[in-house]
Design a protein around this ligand. Structure first.
Ligand SMILES: NC(=O)c1ccc[n+]([C@@H]2O[C@H](COP(=O)([O-])OP(=O)(O)OC[C@H]3O[C@@H](n4cnc5c(N)ncnc54)[C@H](OP(=O)(O)O)[C@@H]3O)[C@@H](O)[C@H]2O)c1
Length: 334
């Protein structure tokens, strides 16, 4: 039976990747940390492997165990990553350095898989041109606007510099769905009857529902493609008001709409950063977040997904939000 190792298996996207791998009849190894929750990993068929990516030597400890047990991976999905961090250096350490340690250890242990798929992010390229509204494309020069995106880009640069290494890269836009915790805050805010906007310029957002993303990832692994990268979205564009409209409709809520001016957000972010910076940490609202919030064009190209995999998203925002909200309600998050 073909197998797959999924790192970051305990998280939001990781747990859906595990479910999809099992659904596809693969033997699934969930790469987790000692401290990771196994709450979303209850299927008896899942095999667990504990990894410490903080050094090549520590990764080798787990890989050597695998070798002793005759485990070689056909596919690896390196999904472990940090989207939020307490300290600035955490982004680089987890998203880039850990990836380097992992790949160096795979090479040293002679355990390079048939395909190594790195879960990057649209953030590695940054938003599109606000004046032309053109989608971000593979041919564009990457212009990440925050540390998270920069750390993903650094990891991509290392991966794409390798020779004889069968990498694939996906760069999803905002991923939403059951278990997700960031868009959930927005859903919660609408549910409480508030509809906040930041800045007066129109923002165009893009999304991908988690089930579509994991389906695409397994299509990429099974395809003939190698050493190639794709942006991933559902192919539609959503002005931020539409995101709110869809959520309000699904929740059956009326809201109080208000706009927080950009200068105020920037002031709060800058002061917060100076104060918490004294302790070496990053506040939730920081200048990186401000840069993301003020960007108006989050379109990305999706034509290559259809051309290379015949991929079309099964979920648009309306269908995905309805399913996600039903899950949040069932689990009493809302
Ligand atoms: N959510 C999005 O909108 C989005 C968009 C584009 C790309 N991505 C990428 O998708 C991947 C998964 O994101 P997610 O949204 O599912 O986030 P998540 O729910 O926070 O999951 C992150 C996963 O990475 C693991 N991880 C974090 N730090 C680690 C470390 N130092 N060593 C080993 N494992 C570590 C976590 O393990 P623990 O459970 O032990 O903490 C968890 O399993 C990330 O690479 C992220 O950059 C996400």
């Amino acid at each position: 039976m073909a197998n797959v190792l999924i790192t970051g298996a305990s998280g939001f996207i990781g747990s859906f990747l595990v479910d999809e791998g099992l659904k596809q009849g693969l033997e699934v190894y969930a790469g987790i940390r000692k401290s990771s929750s196994r709450g979303y990993l209850q299927d008896k068929r899942i095999q667990f492997l504990e990894f410490d990516f903080s050094s090549r030597e520590k990764v080798l400890v787990t890989l050597d165990e695998c070798k002793k047990n005759n485990i070689r991976f056909k596919y690896i999905i390196h999904n472990a990553g940090l989207t939020k961090a307490q300290k600035k250096e955490d982004f680089y350490n987890v998203n880039c350095r850990n990836t380097i340690h992992f790949i160096e250890a795979l090479k040293e242990a002679d355990m390079v898989p048939e395909k190594f798929l790195f879960v990057s992010s649209l953030a590695a390229y940054g938003p599109g041109n606000p004046d032309t509204g053109e989608p971000v494309r593979n041919t564009h020069e990457p212009k990440p606007i925050e540390l998270y995106g920069k750390s993903k880009l650094e990891a991509e640069r290392y991966i794409t510099s390798l020779t004889g290494f069968p990498w694939l890269i996906v760069r999803p836009t905002g991923v939403y769905g059951p278990k997700e915790k960031d868009y959930f805050i927005f859903f919660q805010t609408i549910n409480r009857g508030l509809e906040p906007y930041i800045g007066f310029k129109k923002q165009v957002l893009t999304f991908i529902y988690v089930r579509d993303l994991v389906r695409l990832i397994f299509l990429a692994l099974a395809s003939q493609h190698v050493n190639k990268a794709w942006f991933v979205s559902d192919g539609k564009e959503y002005p931020s008001e539409l995101f709110a409209e869809i959520t309000k409709k699904a929740l059956g809520k009326k809201t109080l709409r208000f706009t927080v001016p950009l200068f105020l957000v920037k002031t709060i972010a800058t002061i917060g950063e100076r104060v918490t910076g004294l302790w070496g940490s990053i506040p939730t609202l920081n200048t990186d977040k401000y840069n993301v919030l003020k960007s108006t064009n989050w379109r990305c190209e999706v034509e290559p997904l259809e051309k290379d995999f015949g991929f079309k998203a099964e979920y648009d925002l309306e269908k995905g939000v309805a399913e996600a909200l039903a899950w949040y309600k069932k689990e009493h998050w809302l």
